[in-house]
Write a protein that binds this ligand. Structure first.
Ligand code: ZN
Length: 411
């Protein structure tokens, strides 16, 4: 696929990482407050096939990143609207997640994360080759979607960089994401015979497979069991596929023969067991796009959770990005678990280790976001945040004072 565009396109570019040294411009990411990507299934008459619309300043209108002055980070909203006789709403999350893969297939482009955490970079080399408009990005998306997902019969792409417009549309995207998460809460692992596997992250983490079950969303937090089912139906040979659950080997730890078999296969033989409900022994592998990390705090024999947006140090003195560096790449690391945030609401979240009751530290932002789940277990006042404690000594005091159930041995 070349000639038509300024850069090459293909799976060989998927592992390409764009660091500051060769960064031209970035959209989304931690430096901007408004960013999202959203796929919507519409009826054919609502779509102008192959239309690309740019709302707001284009690449050529924006100051690039400057090594001395910084800058070069801009808001982004990507809307992918699709129609097709065989398409239904169930496919939206899957179509949306393909933005990740398709952007990474473009030479000189890099896509990280998903939903409201999306982070896209374009390299200097790409700019030098003449890539000067987001219109080209939109056109590439259309080419890839129509060639790789024949179920899509009509598609239009809107890319928004106008801050006001991104801010105006973002609440709707957030509502759609939570409706997807909400729906998945009604089903449990006992209710199904099929799990789903996702190897979308193998270009960065070659031994990683996300195992998606009703009680376990993918690490990225963007693909739940219903989404996995829709993906496997649309494209059974694609990066998301069905896994027979097999025999239940351990219902508490979450060990299933089907999950073990696929783990051995897709981790290239590095691992042959996986405990879906534990951060110890054979924890799930961590790719690089996980929304949060569950980390063990040996002094209190309990866990903290830190999410990607939290910039400061955790109670053990490490930041998210440092921990992410140590925990990513597709390894099983005892006491370090990359996870989707929705897991905090899962009844099987590290159930083998004590579940939510074993969490003793959360960033304030997460504590508020999961207030209902914490209150349901009487934990809301007992979990410390960065405002309550600065180090493990203060944490121990705090837990003692508030009577955290894990430290009292009540769990
Ligand atoms: Zn991932």
């Amino acid at each position: 696929m070349e000639g038509e565009f300024h850069v090459d396109i293909g799976p060989q570019y998927e592992g390409e990482v764009i660091r500051k040294e060769n960064l031209y411009i970035e959209f989304g990411g931690p430096k901007v407050s408004h960013r999202f990507e959203l796929a919507t299934v519409k009826s054919a008459d609502e779509i102008e096939h192959e239309k690309v619309e740019i709302i707001g300043p284009d690449i050529g209108d924006l100051q690039p990143y400057d090594e001395e002055k910084g800058g070069g980070s801009y808001p982004i909203g990507i809307l992918v609207d699709v129609a097709g006789g065989e398409l239904d709403k169930d496919a939206e999350a899957i179509i949306e997640r393909r933005i990740h893969m398709f952007t990474n297939m473009i030479e000189g482009w890099y896509h990280m994360n998903q939903r409201q955490d999306v982070w896209i970079r374009m390299s200097k080399e790409c700019h030098d080759k003449g890539f000067a408009s987001l219109r080209e990005l939109g056109e590439i998306y259309i080419l890839l979607y129509t060639s790789e997902m024949p179920i899509i019969e009509a598609i239009q792409v809107t890319i928004i960089t106008d801050e006001k417009k991104v801010a105006e549309l973002m609440p709707h995207a957030l509502e759609v994401y939570s409706a997807r998460d909400e729906r998945a809460r009604t089903l449990n692992d006992e209710d199904v015979d099929t799990f789903y596997g996702c190897v979308l992250c193998q270009s960065f983490a070659p031994t990683h497979i996300s195992i998606i079950t009703p009680n376990r969303i993918a690490n990225c937090g963007a693909i739940n069991w219903f989404d996995g089912r829709a993906a496997a139906k649309i494209d059974p040979e694609g990066p998301i596929f069905a896994i027979p659950k097999g025999e239940v080997i351990d219902a508490i730890k979450g060990e299933y023969s089907g999950a073990n078999a696929i783990e051995a296969d897709k981790s290239l033989g590095n691992y042959d067991r996986v405990f879906l409900y534990s951060a110890f022994e054979h924890p799930h592998t961590s790719c690089g796009c996980f929304e949060a990390i569950v980390y063990y705090i040996p002094e209190v024999d309990a866990f903290g959770v830190v999410h990607r947006e939290y910039r400061g140090e955790t109670v053990i003195g490490e930041t998210f990005s440092r921990m992410a560096g140590e925990s990513s790449g597709g390894k099983q690391i005892e006491g370090r678990l990359g996870t989707g945030l929705e897991q905090l609401r899962s009844p099987k979240f590290i159930q083998a280790d004590g579940g939510l009751e074993r969490i003793v530290w959360l960033p304030k932002d997460l504590k508020e976001r999961f207030k209902d789940a914490l209150e349901a277990k009487g934990l809301y006042d007992k979990v410390a945040t960065e405002d309550d404690v600065k180090n493990v000594d203060e944490l121990m005091e705090f837990l003692e004072r508030t009577g955290h159930p894990w430290l009292k041995g009540e769990v």
